[in-house]
Design a protein around this ligand. Structure first.
Ligand code: ZN
Length: 816
């Protein structure tokens, strides 16, 4: 998605709106972004010297979602987010330090505010009394926790970092308090925050924002300081803002951390400080951070980037995943920057992550979540995928009881999205920036409260209708975002086409005296397009409008744990997934057929059987493309040769697909097409320095320090846990093993290990110790024999714990 030159200078538009007396005839213009002045008279905008911004957030409750978005919110209310007090020990009021009168309790870090921030907003946008009341209980606890000095929240956080405060959990809690204020107007919030920020200002700089999360993530703290400043105008708050910026990790001159959530949450920090600094370098730095990360790790569809904890050099395939926290935080970051700059690209980016990646991080009933979501993922089982994914352990299965941060944090994803469908604008207008069915009720023009009902199936449909209700005629500018992917957008007012030709990534501004019953119709033609990922083996992805499409893969859901109400589930494929597309990238329409299912879009369209749109595509199987290490095999260079017959496969929106191929190999016939090569077998050891074959060469050592025969060592790994394994063509029944350790005391730095054990497979990439093992000896100069309960296996693994500061090795390893 690219932008070209500005069509109309912003200054011209300002004067146009300010000086022209509105006429009943619609005057329409195309703008790169709405003007930033004059500030909106009805909703809190940036107060000087903070930079004037084109948009102001409407108070929570001004926007009511309908259609599929209301469906997500309602499911969330009855899903794990809405019922987390039943599930999470961090949301237990009896033990939480967040609501303890003394600030003491078993649990008092980020989890509770992470959840409360989304949970409260969920209640406010749904007007759900149960949720509002539950959120209030927690907020009252937080409000009553404030001390004389202004600190609030768990006492332990005040001295958590070597005696200095950790204010990161409080940054999150402030978001919850601000929403509470917006929703209720509660008079205690402003003085509470004022007192807390006074305390922040009093903390010596050298003790403020010490590593780690708080140092990275203090852009959130900054935003809350601006929120308060815009309400009170107290100048010392800007001194605090500068102090926060100075003590925050330097996101202006580079990326200070490659942790996924830090990036999605903090790449924007310089753009936030730009509101105070007015230094274009700060605004540019946020865009550079985004572009740098996406340029390396985001060369995939879905709007996210691969950081299955951290970004790792070389791990850029579409099977690399984004943490659920990252998706929700990215959405929120784009909503925040959109408000600062008005640049519609941020709305595109927000929709990309929200509509393509976010839905699949949860089960369709929103009762379970997983930690990691990737564009290509074909099996979601509970087994360890490390090192293919950075984090070991269960990361892909859906479990409402695991994934501690995400389980609490993603509650804000859909509520915040719903709150940002509409924004108030400078010049007392309204802007539709993210499209979904619903209604906004807000003051515009001379202060008349208008209602605009938005009817649409977007992103599954390309038509959006706005019905205006007003008690009296009122003049105000209405801004409609034109997405960056959209060519040929059309706008009608009361059935009459407007004389504008909006280019992508612009706004159409309609200035007129609006009357009750006026109708605006926006058509955003959605055409199929193909993206070629040159940095990812020339793989293809198929887009139509804001949605990317994935291979429809049959799903088999298997419960493996949890409770009857909150089960933990794996998902296995029931249909083949190893397809490449047969497609003419120049004329994709010729090989792809779009079908819109009849009937209304379901309340939950993001499920494999509910997909409102399907695309039939031509494809060929690539038989050599298989799973590797429990993950989909890495992509290989396209075009790919395949002798398999051409088949018709079905593509569905990426957000509907829990199992998915979204970045496809392209099938080719020409001389440039390559055969898919079977992947190399996984290495048989954690590390091999000299000779793996020495393990079983049959040469009996003279002693453990025998330097005349081949040996296997883990050199130069020292003090670590290491392993080596035998793999057999067919299962063998094993009951005994003998190890002759290498130990070159006096000559080198290899010693017998501190301890060791034998492991056998327990499912895909998981291992368990052999049963009934006799002693695991570590004697030198002899075979150390161990017997165990007979077991029939195709592999056996020898795991050692090396002694501190030394390495280790084996001269001969027998199994019987
Ligand atoms: Zn998380």
């Amino acid at each position: 998605m690219t932008t070209s030159a500005i069509l109309i200078p912003v200054i011209l538009c300002v004067s146009l709106f300010a000086q022209t007396s509105p006429a009943a005839e619609a005057a329409a213009r195309v703008l790169e972004r709405p003007p930033a002045e004059p500030a909106n008279a009805f909703y809190v905008s940036n107060r000087p010297p903070l930079l004037a911004s084109p948009f102001a957030k409407l108070p929570i409750g001004a926007i009511r979602a309908e259609g599929w978005l209301a469906g997500q919110l309602e499911l969330e209310a009855e899903g794990f987010s809405g019922r987390l007090t039943e599930i999470s020990p961090w949301c237990d009021a009896k033990t939480s330090a967040w609501v303890s009168p003394t600030g003491e309790g078993e649990r008092g870090w980020e989890e509770l505010p992470y959840w409360l921030k989304g949970f409260g907003d969920l209640g406010y946008v749904l007007r759900d009394d149960r949720i509002i009341a539950e959120a209030r209980r927690w907020i009252e606890g937080i409000l009553s926790s404030q001390g004389e000095d202004g600190w609030f929240g768990p006492r332990s956080n005040k001295t958590l970092i070597d005696g200095s405060p950790d204010v990161w959990p409080n940054m999150v809690a402030l978001d919850a308090l601000q929403s509470f204020h917006e929703a209720t107007g509660d008079a205690r919030i402003v003085p509470f925050m004022t007192k807390y920020f006074r305390w922040q200002l009093s903390v010596p700089a050298e003790k403020f924002l010490l590593p780690f999360w708080q140092k990275m993530r203090a852009g959130d703290n900054l935003e809350s300081v601006f929120w308060l400043y815009n309400r009170t105008g107290e100048a010392w708050l800007l001194d605090l803002a500068r102090k926060i910026h100075e003590r925050t990790a330097n996101w202006t001159e580079g990326i200070p951390t490659w942790h996924g959530v830090n990036i999605t949450q903090c790449f924007r920090q310089p753009a936030q400080f730009y509101q105070l600094s007015h230094d274009p370098r700060h605004l540019a730095a946020a865009e550079r951070n985004y572009a740098q990360v996406m340029g390396i790790y985001g060369q995939v569809p879905g709007g996210m980037f691969g950081a299955d904890e951290n970004c790792r050099p070389g791990y850029t395939d579409p099977r690399q995943a984004a943490e659920s926290c990252s998706i929700a935080e990215f959405m929120f970051s784009f909503e925040r920057i959109l408000k600062i700059t008005g640049d519609p690209l941020h709305a595109d980016r927000c929709e990309d992550a929200a509509l393509n990646s976010f839905p699949a991080c949860m089960t369709p009933d929103l009762k379970g979540l997983h930690y990691l979501t990737a564009p290509n993922m074909v099996q979601l089982d509970k087994e360890n995928k490390s090192p293919g994914l950075q984090n070991g352990g269960c990361m892909l299965a859906y479990d409402p009881h695991s994934y501690r941060c995400c389980q609490h944090n993603i509650a804000h994803g859909w509520p915040y999205y719903a709150e940002h469908l509409w924004l108030a604008t400078a010049g007392n207008g309204l802007a539709a920036v993210l499209y979904a069915a619903g209604e906004v009720r807000a003051k515009a023009g001379d202060g008349t409260e208008v209602r605009i009902r938005e009817t649409t199936d977007y992103p599954f449909g390309e038509e959006i209708e706005f019905a205006i209700a007003t008690p009296k005629p009122v003049a105000f500018p209405l801004y409609l975002r034109i997405p960056g992917w959209c060519r040929g957008a059309r706008v009608e007012v009361n059935g009459k086409a407007l004389d504008v030709r909006p280019e992508p990534a612009r706004y159409v501004a309609i200035e007129r005296v609006w009357s009750d019953g006026d109708a605006v119709r926006l058509v955003l033609p959605m055409r199929i397009s193909v993206r070629v990922w040159e940095k990812n083996m020339n793989a293809l992805s198929i887009d139509r409008g804001p949605l990317t499409y994935s291979l429809r893969i049959g799903e088999k859901w298997v419960r493996y744990g949890g409770t009857d109400k909150w089960p933990a589930l794996e998902v296995y494929p029931t249909t083949p997934w190893n397809y490449g597309l047969v497609i003419d990238t120049e004329k994709p329409d010729a090989s792809l057929a779009v079908t819109r299912k009849p009937g209304p879009v379901p309340r939950q369209p993001f499920a494999v059987d509910a997909a409102p749109i399907e695309i039939a595509a031509k494809a060929k199987k690539i038989p050599e493309w298989q799973m590797e290490g429990g993950l989909v095999g890495l992509l290989q260079q396209s075009p790919v040769r395949s002798d398999a017959p051409v088949e018709t496969v079905t593509l569905i929106p990426m957000g509907c697909a829990r199992l998915r191929i979204s970045a496809f190999p392209r099938i080719g016939e020409g001389p440039d097409a390559r055969a898919w090569t079977a992947p190399p077998p996984p290495p048989p050891a954690s590390h091999v320095h000299d000779s793996y074959e020495a393990l079983r060469d049959g040469i009996v050592p003279r002693n453990s320090n025998d330097h005349d025969i081949p040996r296997f060592t883990w050199w130069d790994h020292k003090g670590t846990t290491e392993w080596v394994q035998y793999d057999f063509d067919a299962p063998r029944t094993l009951r005994e093993s003998e190890v002759y350790w290498f130990d070159d005391t006096g000559q080198g730095q290899c010693r017998v290990p501190a301890s060791w054990r034998l492991l056998v497979p327990a499912g895909e990439r998981a291992w368990r110790p052999v049963e009934g093992a006799s002693a695991y000896g570590v004697e030198r100069d002899r075979f150390n024999r161990v017997t165990f309960t007979p077991v029939a296996v195709k592999s056996i693994r020898l795991e050692v714990k090396l002694r501190p500061d030394v390495s280790g090795g084996i001269l001969e390893w027998r199994v019987k």
